[in-house]
Each structure stands twice: as structure tokens, then as C-alpha cells.
Design a protein around this ligand. Structure first.
Ligand code: HEM
Length: 935
């Protein structure tokens, strides 16, 4: 009964609550309307855009199409007006003056971090970008700029081109027509979103991150998606802790992504050897730059967590804008076959049939104008916001003051469509930029603090202290994709006509084409015909051409300098002493088809002249200067290769097009798979050799030392010698330093490995370097590694730290050797054999011959490496500190930090921007080391 009563009464209170709520809303709406209609407008404040509902204000009209909303408001209220966005007062200042006012405001008056941080910090992570004080963020921006150096950008062109070409060859919607009518339909925004994430990750983010995007078991694509959901516009207004499922996923993804990056950094650190140098693969990328190159002004290094958060910011920060811009560009081109043809002709004229290069890209002016024009008409960032921390007087004589607490909004996207700045502004016309460069700014125009150049209607990358750092990268990335697309496809609009504006989707934070936005594509029939290019070249550069040919013919007579040819001629005159027991040792050299042309020739004049029995393994079979090069990967079963398609496609690619078709980085991707098959290949080739010595193409061997040392060991015992490194606490032999297996060890290892091939290839796929899986496989098979450092060295002479513990030890191998360094060491060995026949060549001898003569008192822009740190003000103080410490032999000074060391290291030149000076106490070095006796 009670239940019945309860149920029968329930509707009444709910209905009354609803009715009261409705009345409240009606009342508030009425008050809101009347106050706007009847209240006298305070002319010292910006006019407020008329709206019916409080709190909601103009949110819906602005959200649906901000640029149309701005245009309507401008017609009614002028360039400065306030509208209500979910309860906030947002004051818009349109036009070039508005851009300047907002982007170039003082840091004490306008805050970007207070607007953006609630949105970005949960996604990027703490202590970076908008979650730290502005001075720290400006230093972080400089660090990223270092990493986007000219050299880095040049290397990215190849990486991006390779990614794009392989995407065109594998992306399913682009394969439909293959083999029959060669046409199909493509949803451009989806395709470009996928492609730009691959190109940005393989170039900016480094090999490990890129690999995770295509590795079967990796969650990185899901994590990226979950993080990206954190960029929903609603998160501008809700506190980040609101327990929405989306926010929970975002936070978990943020933690997991941070872990992925910190693991990469830790693994790289483990693998960099004692002399603190990076492996070849990470030499150029942003993680390497942030880890090794960047120190805050207070002398502190970037913590790993901050590096991880900055990498996440770079991964997500530029992706949406870039993918939207290239999608808009292609969709615009789809209704302009005339411009597609002009772009194609430009490539024929400027590049010929050759590959894209950084310099080539700079010559493609129309390509750059297509991107520039797309950024004008379809700028993906329609609103740039700041919080007014003080009342701000609007420029000019209006007397209008923007109250403190308002959010300020500038819209370069709107000014770039304004007819007072651009004729026929809604027409997509890349040629307009040939006539005018009046609105150009480059990132050099904007000193972060001055913001000059912001009084401009065309600012797709912003301006002032918050100007985008990714502009040059974006131009490279978009330029390469555009050029390759035009080379490969003709496209046609499925809907829409030439000259019609493309429909934009404004629902996410970055505007993008409304999807699906499809085009019909057709593959171009044949590669670029070189003849028009050759004719054009000859016509335009005939004079230069003649000069060049004359120079090539006469140059060798005019100049005689110690170039490679002369050096090789000198080496050729030196005969190699034949050594006992050489025949017992089989040397196995690993190289790659992308590098062997540079690295092998010096070995043919030195190392291999003395070694009677050797084999060369690469990733493709070929004959190079009369030497057979074997394909190590041909030993791998097809069933195993098919498990790692993205990597082994590169192998097929080499087979079809030759090694020069791959970038060095792609060569590296294949490199790790060579280690396991190489040991089998070596045993097959010489089953009876006593010793198997494995080296790489930038490893030097002191052959006489090695033979003497091997003679003191029994090849019938299972020996595995190498320079020990560890990953996950497990030792392995570092491949570049060389390693040796006795016959007994190699036979045992191959027997053990063959039935477990799949298992060890899975391992190889997961880790970065193949020497790790080989070392672990040997250890699993019961053959432990014997560490033979310092006989086997991971460094060339100029990067070794010489001290008493290695002074009297023989040199057996050295790694990271240039051709010059290999030649020098080999000649030293030959001289030693002549003079001191049975004595080993020691580290002492190498130091005295190659390093000591180059040591001087001080060298500017030079880094001699590690040591313990002390604060001090000048280089001279640093030197005095070194002299006061009787164990110190060298010092290094940079930015108030002095490093002192008791080991001597020559080191390497550095860029002047790092301000590093190194010095040596030469007399002390001579006294200490000259007194050491080797017996
Ligand atoms: C076509 C592509 C791109 C466009 C149109 C674009 C546009 C912009 C704009 C307008 C700003 C200024 C925002 C403001 O003042 O509030 C900005 C800032 C920024 N951009 Fe880009 N961007 C692009 C690509 C990139 C790329 C590829 C990266 C990373 C490599 C990147 C990283 C950043 C960062 C970190 C900031 C914040 C700078 C600061 O607040 O000081 N952007 N971008």
C-alpha cells in the first residue's frame, strides 16, 4: 500500500521541479534579453553580441562556423566585440591590428597558459609547454629549434619521401585499381591523417616510435587516439579531473606514452657506450637532441620525464594542423587539373627524374605557393586565445577598454580571408603569391620576445612569443607529400566545382575538411620523362654546363691535394706482411647496401689485404669492385619474413630497385635481422675455420695483435669473446666493436638456434639492435660472453679515454672508424710490424702517434667529454681548478660549468652555439703517462 502511495505521488514532485526549472530558465532568458535591449551600452567596453540564453550565449553559432560568425558580428559591431562562450566573456579583435594586439601582447598582460593549460597539460604531461613558467617554456622552444636544424631537416626529406612512397604502395584504398584500370576513390582527410602520423613519427620522433606504429602487438595507435580525445573543445571549459570515461582513458594513455618514451631514452642510454656517444641510428633525431644537447640556463639537464612530455607535445601538437592542410590542398587541386599539370611540369623542369632532396624542394616554388595559399584560405586554427590579466586599452582612438578576466581572441584565419587585404579572397589561387610577398613572415621575423611581424593579416603560424616552432618542418613534410602525390596520381573532384569553397568541419579544435571528402584518383602511367628536363637544363644553364665539364677535365691537373685517390695510392704501395696462423681465422664483415659504397673501399686497401679468408654480408647480393657481397637475409625462411611484413618489404624493395632506393635509416631497420643468419652463413661457408671474427664495415682490426691473442686460446673450447654491454641486465657483445666465436662455440650455437629461429626473430623484431638477440641466444644456449674490453673498443682513438688501466693493453679492434682513421691505424700497425715485429701495438702507441700530437693548451668549440662537474665563472677558473687537482689532466668549460677529468680524451668539434671550450694540461700528461712502463 505504502509503495502504491509512493508511486502514485512520485510524478508530482518531479513535474514541479521541472516546471520550476523551466520558469527559472525563462525568467533568466527574459532578464538577459531585456538587459541587453534596454541597458545603455557602456561605450568604454566592447559591444556584446546579442544572445538569448545566458551562459550559452553565442556558443552554438560560434561553434558551428566561427568564420561566418565573425563576419556577421563584424558587420554589426565592428572589429572589436565580446561574445559569451559557455559563460565566459570572449573579446574578439579582428584584422591585422587585432592579430598584433593579441599575439604581440606583453607576457604580464596576456596569458596563453591560463587558457590552454587545462586542455594541454593532461594530454602532454606536466612541467612542459603551458605547465611551466613562460621563461622555462621559451627555453624548451629553443631546444626544439636546435633539433630542427638545417641538417636534421635535410635528412627528414628522404625519410618522409620513403614513408610516403611506401604508403602509396600499400594503403588499401590506393591499391584498388592496380593491374586493371588503375583508378580508384580516396577519402583524402582519412588518408592524410594516417600518412602524416607516419611521416612525422619516422622523422621527428625517431625509429623506435615509428616502428611501434606498424608493429602488430603495439598499442601506440590506440594510445595516440585516447590522448587525442583529450583535445575535445569541451575540455577547455571542464576541469581536467572530471571523471568522464574519455578523461580516464586520456590519463591512462598519457602515463603509458610517457613510459614508452622514458623506456626508449633509458634503453638508448644503456646502449651508448662508456665514451658517451650515440649509436648511429639516433644521431640526428629529436630525442637525441633533447637528451644530449640541451641544458637549461641554470645548468640542469632536461629530466627524462620532461623529454617524454615534450615528445608527446610534438607528436600531437602539429599533427592535426598538418594533416588538415595537406588534405585541403589535395581537395582544392582535385578541381584544378591545370594546377596539377603545372606542379608536375615544375618537378620535371626543376628536378628531372631524380629523387626529391632538400635543395630540390626549395626550387619548387609553385608547390610552396600551393601550401601557402591553402594555409591562407583553410587555416586549421581559426581562433588564437589569451587571458587578459589587466584591463587593456584597444589600439587607436576608440577609447574601448577590454576588462581584465576576458578571454581575448585573434583570428588570422579570418583576416586572411578579408578582401581589404587579399583580392578575391575566397578564391583558392596559388599564383597570387608570385605577385606579392607583402604578407610574408618567416619564423626568423619573430624573436620570441619581440613578436615583430605580427601586424599582419597572414599569420597561419601565429606570431610573437607563442609563434609556432614547427613551420619549417611543416613546409618540408607537406612539400614532400604534395610533390610525391602529384608525381604519382591525377585526381578529380567527385563532388563540387572549381572555385567552390570546400566545406569545413569545425567540431573539433582544429578545423578540417568535412568527411568523407573523396576524390577519384588515377595513377600516372609512366615515370617522369627526363627529356624535357634535360633540354630545359641545357637551355638555361648551357654556359654553366660548359664550365662544369671544363672544370671536371682540367681540375685534376690544377689541384694536387691529399684527396682519397692520393691516399689510396699511398696505401697501395704498402705490402702486407704475411702472418702465421692467418688461415685459421675466418673474418665475417657486416655491411648494408645503403652504405657499402662509402665504407668498403678503404678495407680493400687495408684490412682485407692482410686477411686471407673473409666473407662480406649485406642486405642484398651484389658484386662490388670485384668482391662478392652476400645477402644475409636470404638465409631467413619466407615464413619468418612474412611475420614482419613492413620490415621485409624493404628487403624486397632493395631486390627490385637496388640499395640506393633505401634511406640510411631504412637500411638500419633491416640491419638487426642480419646477425642470426650471419652466424649460420659463416659456418656454412667455412665449417672448418678455427675462429670466426665478426666485424662491421666501420670496425678496424689490428690483425697481427688479434692473431697473436687468438693463438693463446684453444678453438676447441666454446669461446665467445666481445666487448660486453647490457640491456635489461643481460649481457651481450657489442656488434660494432667486433666479437669472436671459436669453432666449437659457433657449431653449438647454430645447432641450438635452428629449431628456435622463430622465437629469436620475434625477439629481434622487438628490440632495437640485432647484437642483443644474438648475445642472448648464445647465453641461452649455454655459451657465456667473455668481456674483452679494453682490447675490443667501441670507439675510435679520438674518443677513447686514455688512462693507466688501458695504457699498456693491446688494441685488437676499434669502432666508429672513418676511412681516414682505418687507414691511419693500419699504417701504424704496418710500421709497428716492421720495427718491433713481435710486439703488440698498444693503446700507448696509438695515443702517442695519433692523439698526443693534436693535443693543445685549449680549443674553442671543442668537446673533450666527461668528467666530474664543478661550478665556475670562466674557462681560466676552470683551468685553475684542474691545475689545483693533481689527478686532473683535462678540463672542459661551458655555461658556468667546469668538468675535470683524470683521463685524456681528444674529443670532437662542436657548434659555436654551445660555447664549449676544452683544454689539456699537456705537460702533466707527458709527465704522468711518459713515466708509465709497459712490459
Ligand atoms: C601546417 C601546420 C601547422 C600550423 C598551421 C600550425 C599553427 C600554429 C599556430 C597558429 C600556433 C600559435 C598558437 C598560439 O599563438 O596560441 C602554433 C603553435 C605551436 N605549434 Fe604549430 N602549427 C603547425 C605545425 C606544427 C608542427 C609540425 C609542430 C611540431 C613539430 C608544431 C608545434 C607547435 C607548438 C609546440 C606550438 C606552441 C608554441 C607556443 O605556444 O609558444 N606546430 N602552431
Amino acid at each position: 500500500m505504502e509503495a502504491l502511495l509512493f508511486h502514485s505521488r512520485a510524478p508530482f514532485p518531479i513535474a514541479s521541479v521541472l516546471v520550476s526549472l523551466l520558469l527559472c530558465i525563462l525568467l533568466a532568458t527574459a532578464v538577459n534579453i531585456f538587459s541587453q535591449l534596454w541597458k545603455q551600452h557602456d561605450t568604454s567596453k566592447p559591444p556584446v553580441v546579442f544572445h538569448y540564453f545566458p551562459v550559452i550565449g553565442s556558443t552554438i553559432t560560434y561553434g558551428k562556423d566561427p568564420l561566418t560568425f565573425f563576419a556577421e558580428c563584424k558587420a554589426k559591431y565592428g572589429d572589436v566585440f565580446t561574445f559569451i562562450l559557455l559563460g565566459r566573456s570572449v573579446t574578439v579583435y579582428l584584422g591585422a591590428s587585432g592579430n598584433n594586439f593579441v599575439l604581440n601582447g606583453r607576457q604580464s598582460e596576456l596569458s596563453a597558459e591560463e587558457v590552454y593549460s587545462p586542455l594541454t597539460t593532461p594530454v602532454f604531461g606536466t612541467d612542459v609547454i603551458f605547465d611551466c613558467d613562460n621563461a622555462k617554456f621559451m627555453q624548451q622552444k629553443k631546444f626544439v629549434k636546435f633539433g630542427l636544424s638545417q641538417a636534421a631537416l635535410q635528412s627528414y626529406v628522404q625519410l618522409i619521401a620513403q614513408e610516403t612512397a611506401s604508403f602509396f604502395d600499400t594503403y588499401t584504398p590506393l591499391q584498388t585499381g592496380k593491374g586493371n584500370n588503375n583508378t580508384g576513390i580516396l577519402d583524402v582527410p582519412s588518408a592524410m591523417a594516417e600518412l602524416t602520423i607516419y611521416t612525422a613519427s619516422s622523422s621527428l620522433q625517431g625509429a623506435e616510435v615509428r616502428r611501434q606504429f606498424s608493429s602488430a602487438g603495439s598499442r601506440i595507435a590506440d594510445l595516440y587516439h585516447d590522448l587525442d580525445m583529450g583535445f575535445s573543445p569541451i575540455n577547455f571549459f571542464l576541469p581536467s579531473w572530471v571523471p568522464l570515461p574519455r578523461n580516464r582513458k586520456r590519463d591512462a594513455a598519457q602515463r603509458e606514452m610517457t613510459r614508452i618514451y622514458t623506456d626508449i631514452i633509458a634503453q638508448r642510454r644503456l646502449e651508448s657506450n662508456a665514451a658517451n656517444t650515440a649509436k648511429d641510428t639516433d644521431a640526428q633525431d629529436m630525442i637525441w637532441n633533447l637528451t644530449n644537447n640541451c641544458t637549461y640556463k641554470d645548468g640542469s639537464k632536461l629530466p627524462d620525464k620532461e623529454i617524454a612530455h615534450m615528445m608527446i607535445a610534438l607528436l600531437l601538437g602539429g599533427h592535426h594542423s598538418s594533416s588538415a592542410v595537406i588534405a585541403f590542398a589535395l581537395l582544392s587541386l582535385a578541381s584544378r587539373p591545370d594546377i596539377q599539370q603545372e606542379l608536375y611540369d615544375e618537378q620535371v623542369r626543376e628536378l628531372g627524374p631524380g629523387d626529391l632532396s632538400y635543395d630540390g624542394l626549395q626550387r619548387l616554388k609553385l608547390h610552396a605557393h600551393v601550401i601557402k595559399e591553402t594555409l591562407r584560405l583553410y587555416n586549421p586554427i581559426h581562433s588564437i586565445m589569451r587571458l587578459a590579466k589587466k584591463p587593456l586599452v584597444v589600439t587607436g582612438n576608440s577609447g574601448v577598454v577590454i576588462p581584465s578576466g576576458h578571454t581575448l581572441l585573434a583570428s588570422p584565419a579570418f583576416s586572411a580571408r578579408d578582401e581589404s587585404y587579399f583580392a578575391d579572397p575566397l578564391k583558392w589561387d596559388p599564383h597570387r603569391w608570385e605577385k606579392s610577398s607583402a604578407h610574408d613572415t618567416t619564423d626568423d621575423d619573430d624573436d620570441e620576445s619581440s613578436g615583430k611581424g605580427s601586424n599582419n593579416p597572414y599569420l597561419p603560424f601565429g606570431g610573437g612569443r607563442h609563434r609556432c616552432i614547427g613551420e619549417r618542418f611543416a613546409y618540408i613534410q607537406l612539400g614532400v607529400i604534395l610533390a610525391l602525390f602529384v608525381r604519382t596520381f591525377h585526381i578529380k573532384s567527385v563532388r563540387g566545382k572549381a572555385g567552390e569553397l570546400l566545406t569545413t568541419d569545425y567540431t573539433s579544435l582544429f578545423s578540417r575538411p568535412l568527411t568523407p571528402a573523396t576524390v577519384a584518383w588515377e595513377r600516372r602511367g609512366r615515370p617522369i620523362d627526363p627529356m624535357p628536363w634535360i633540354r630545359g637544363y641545357l637551355r638555361r644553364y648551357a654556359f654553366f654546363h660548359t664550365l662544369l665539364i671544363a672544370a671536371c677535365i682540367f681540375l685534376p691537373w690544377w689541384i694536387r691535394r691529399p684527396d682519397e685517390g692520393v691516399q689510396f695510392a699511398a696505401l697501395r704501395r704498402i705490402e702486407c706482411t704475411s702472418l702465421p696462423q692467418s688461415e685459421d681465422v675466418f673474418v665475417v664483415m657486416k655491411t648494408g647496401s645503403t652504405v657499402l659504397r662509402d665504407r668498403l673501399p678503404i678495407h680493400f686497401e687495408t684490412t682485407f689485404k692482410c686477411i686471407p679468408d673473409y666473407i662480406i654480408f649485406s642486405d642484398a647480393a651484389e658484386s662490388f669492385r670485384g668482391h662478392i657481397v652476400n645477402d644475409a637475409l636470404s638465409y631467413i625462411d619466407e615464413s619468418i619474413k612474412s611475420k614482419f611484413p613492413s620490415d621485409f618489404q624493404l628487403h624486397d624493395h632493395i631486390r627490385d630497385k637496388g640499395g640506393s632506393a633505401l634511406s640510411t635509416n631504412q637500411g638500419w631497420r633491416l640491419d638487426k635481422y642480419k646477425f642470426l643468419p650471419m652466424i649460420k652463413g659463416a659456418l656454412d661457408a667455412r665449417p672448418n675455420a678455427r675462429w670466426f671474427v665478426f666485424i662491421e664495415d666501420d670496425t678496424a682490426i689490428v690483425w697481427s695483435n688479434l692473431l697473436r691473442w687468438l693463438a693463446s686460446h684453444d678453438y676447441r673450447q666454446p669461446y665467445f669473446f666481445g666487448r660486453e654491454e647490457k640491456v635489461a641486465d643481460r649481457p651481450f657483445a657489442h656488434g660494432g666493436s667486433g666479437y669472436v666465436l671459436s669453432n666449437a662455440a659457433l657449431r653449438h650455437a647454430v645447432n641450438y638456434m635452428e629449431p628456435r629461429m622463430q622465437e629469436y626473430f620475434n625477439l629481434t623484431n622487438e628490440i632495437i639492435y640485432g647484437d642483443i638477440s644474438l648475445g642472448w641466444m648464445l647465453s641461452d644456449s649455454g655459451i657465456p660472453l667473455t668481456n674483452v674490453w679494453p682490447l675490443f673498443q667501441g670507439e675510435p682513438p679520438d674518443r677513447i679515454q686514455y688512462a693507466e688501466d688501458i695504457w699498456c693493453q693491446p688494441v685488437l679492434t676499434q669502432h666508429h672508424m672513418s676511412s681516414q682513421a682505418i687507414a691511419s691505424l693500419w699504417m701504424l700497425e704496418q710500421a709497428n710490424l716492421l720495427h718491433a715485429q713481435s710486439a703488440d701495438l698498444l693503446h700507448r702507441d696509438v695515443f702517442n702517434a695519433l692523439i698526443r700530437p693534436t693535443l693543445s693548451h685549449r680549443l674553442e668549440n671543442w668537446d673533450n667529454g666527461r668528467g666530474y662537474e664543478q661550478a665556475c665563472g670562466t674557462v681560466s677558473e676552470c683551468e685553475t681548478l684542474c691545475m689545483a687537482d693533481e689527478t686532473c689532466v683535462q678540463f672542459r668549460y661551458a655555461s658556468g660549468q667546469c668538468r675535470l677529468s683524470s683521463r685524456v680524451r681528444l674529443g670532437v668539434p662542436t657548434a659555436s652555439k654551445f660555447g664549449i671550450t676544452s683544454g689539456w694540461l699537456v705537460q702533466r700528461i707527458d709527465r704522468v703517462y711518459g713515466g708509465l712502463q709497459c712490459h
